[in-house]
Write a protein that binds this ligand. Structure first.
Ligand code: S3P
Length: 427
C-alpha cells in the first residue's frame, strides 16, 4: 500500500493558484459535447474525475482534443450522440454518472453506466425515480446501484419535481433531461444547492428561469450554439490552503482566481463566523460565475454550530471543517449532514475515525459529529480510504502535529487535485 510521510509546517507566506473547478468543468464538457459545433474550454480541470466525463463523451462519439490547459470539443448537436461501443465507465465520479444519465435519458439508444467500487455503492435511486417519471426506462442493481442501463427516449415528458434532498447532481440531471422534454420541467429543492448548471445554461442563452428555489427549463432545446468558456479555480481545492494559512501562526496566503459562487463558499462564511480573517480581492464575474483572489491571514478560531441551511454550500468541506474545529476554541457541532455518508467514502465515519487516530476528540453522530476544540494532535498513521477530500483534510491536520504523520493511500488526490502534494509541500 502506498504511503506518504508528512511533517509539521511552519508559517506560510505565498501567492498560489489552485486547480480549476471540478463541477464547472464537468458541466462545460457535457454542454459543449451537445453544442452544434466547435467549443473551447480554457483552464479545464485535468483530473481523473473530469477525464471520466471526457472519456464518456468520446465513447459517445464526440471528438475531444486535450492540450495542457485547453479542451477543444467538436459538439455533435443535442440529439446526435452515438450509440456507445462499450459500457460507459464513470469510474469514481458521481457527477459523471448522475449528470450524464439526464443526457442519456433523451438519446435514441440504450446505454449502460458502470463505476468503480466506491461509485457502485452510491445511490442512484435519487435520479432513477424522477427520470422514470419523465418516461425513461431504467434498470439498476437493487433498483439503486450501478451498473445502470438507460433506454433513452427522445420524447421525454416534462416534470414538476419537488426534491426532498438538496443535491446539485439530482437537479442537474433533471435539468439536462428537461432539454429533451416537450414542455416546462421544474425543479424545487429545500435549500439551494450549487447552481453552476443554471448559471451555465443562462450564459448559453438556454430557456431557463429561476424564481426563489424554483428552476424551470422550457424544452425541447433544439440547439446549443458553440461556445467558449474559461473555468475559474475551485473553491473546494482552495479550502485546504485557506485552512493551512489560518492554522499556521504568522501566515498569509493569496489564492488567485477562485470561484466565489455563494452556493460554494459556505466553508468560507462559516470560517469568518469562527473568527477567520478572509478577504476577497479583485472581485469580478467570469462567464457568469463570481471570481476573486482570496486573502487569508492566520487567525484564532472559535467553535461553531453548523445550521441545516449551511450544509449544502459546505458539503464537500465538512471533513476539513471538522479538522479545523479540532484547533478552535470550544465545542463545534455539525448536524443535518447525513448526505456525507453517501460520498466517495462514508465521510462522517472516515474523518471521525482518522482524526481520533491523530488524538482528536470527536463524537460521531448519525447525521454529523461533535468536535472538542483545542486538542493537540499527535504523530500517527492514518488512511485516506481512497477518498480525495479525506486525504487532503488529513494533510492539513498533519501540518500542526509535532512529529511525523504517515498517510496511507495518498494518490486519490488525482480525482480533484492532481498536483496537491507538490503544492502542499511547496508552501
Ligand atoms: C457536485 C455536487 C455535490 C458535491 C459533489 C459535486 C456537482 O454532490 O458533493 O462533489 O458537481 O454537482 P450532491 O449534489 O449529490 O450533494
Amino acid at each position: 500500500m502506498k504511503e506518504i510521510k508528512l511533517f509539521k509546517k511552519s508559517k506560510i507566506n505565498a501567492e498560489i493558484e489552485v486547480v480549476p473547478d471540478k463541477s464547472i468543468t464537468h458541466r462545460a464538457i457535457m454542454l459543449a459535447s451537445l453544442a452544434s459545433g466547435d467549443c473551447v474550454i480554457k483552464n479545464f480541470l485535468s483530473s481523473a474525475d473530469c477525464y471520466s466525463t471526457i472519456n464518456a463523451f468520446r465513447n459517445l462519439g464526440v471528438s475531444i482534443t486535450d492540450t495542457e490547459n485547453e479542451l477543444l470539443i467538436k459538439g455533435t448537436g443535442i440529439n446526435c450522440l452515438k450509440n456507445p461501443t462499450a459500457q460507459i465507465d464513470a469510474e469514481n465520479s458521481g457527477t459523471t454518472a448522475r449528470l450524464l444519465s439526464g443526457i442519456l435519458a433523451g438519446q435514441n439508444f440504450v446505454s449502460t453506466i458502470v463505476g468503480d467500487e466506491s461509485l457502485s455503492k452510491r445511490p442512484m435511486k435519487r435520479i432513477i425515480e424522477p427520470l422514470r417519471q419523465m418516461n425513461v426506462e431504467i434498470s439498476a442493481v437493487e433498483d439503486n446501484y450501478l451498473p445502470m442501463t438507460i433506454k433513452g427516449n427522445p420524447f421525454l415528458k416534462p416534470l414538476l419535481y419537488n426534491s426532498k434532498i438538496s443535491s446539485a447532481q439530482v437537479k442537474s440531471c433533471i435539468l439536462f433531461a428537461g432539454m429533451f422534454a416537450d414542455g416546462i420541467t421544474t425543479y424545487k429543492e429545500p435549500i439551494l444547492s450549487r447552481d453552476h448548471t443554471e448559471r451555465m445554461m443562462k450564459y448559453l442563452n438556454l430557456p431557463i428561469e429561476i424564481k426563489n428555489k424554483k428552476i424551470s427549463l422550457k424544452g425541447p432545446v433544439k440547439k446549443i450554439e458553440p461556445f467558449e468558456i474559461e473555468i475559474p479555480n475551485d473553491p473546494s481545492s482552495a479550502s485546504y490552503f485557506i485552512a493551512l494559512a489560518l492554522l499556521l501562526e504568522n501566515s498569509n496566503i493569496i489564492i488567485k482566481n477562485v470561484c466565489i459562487n455563494p452556493t460554494r463558499i459556505g466553508f468560507i462564511n462559516v470560517l469568518i463566523k469562527m473568527g477567520a480573517k478572509i478577504t476577497f480581492l479583485n472581485q469580478r464575474i467570469l462567464y457568469n460565475e463570481p471570481v476573486a483572489d482570496v486573502l487569508v491571514k492566520s487567525s484564532r478560531l472559535r467553535s461553531i454550530k453548523l445550521n441545516k441551511e449551511d450544509v449544502p454550500s459546505t458539503i464537500d468541506e465538512i471533513p476539513l471543517l471538522a479538522t479545523v474545529a479540532t484547533q478552535a476554541v470550544g465545542v463545534t457541532e455539525i448536524r443535518d449532514a447525513k448526505e456525507l455518508r453517501l460520498k466517495e467514502s462514508d465521510r462522517i465515519k472516515t474523518i471521525c475515525s482518522q482524526l481520533t487516530e491523530m488524538g482528536a476528540k470527536i463524537i460521531e453522530q448519525e447525521d454529523g459529529m461533535i468536535i472538542m476544540g483545542g486538542t493537540k494532535l499527535k504523530p500517527s498513521k492514518v488512511n485516506s480510504f481512497n477518498d480525495h477530500r479525506i486525504a487532503m483534510s488529513l494533510a492539513v491536520a498533519s501540518s500542526v502535529v509535532d512529529g511525523k504523520t504517515v498517510l496511507l493511500n495518498p494518490d486519490c488526490v488525482k480525482i480533484s487535485f492532481p498536483n496537491f502534494w507538490e503544492l502542499f509541500k511547496s508552501v
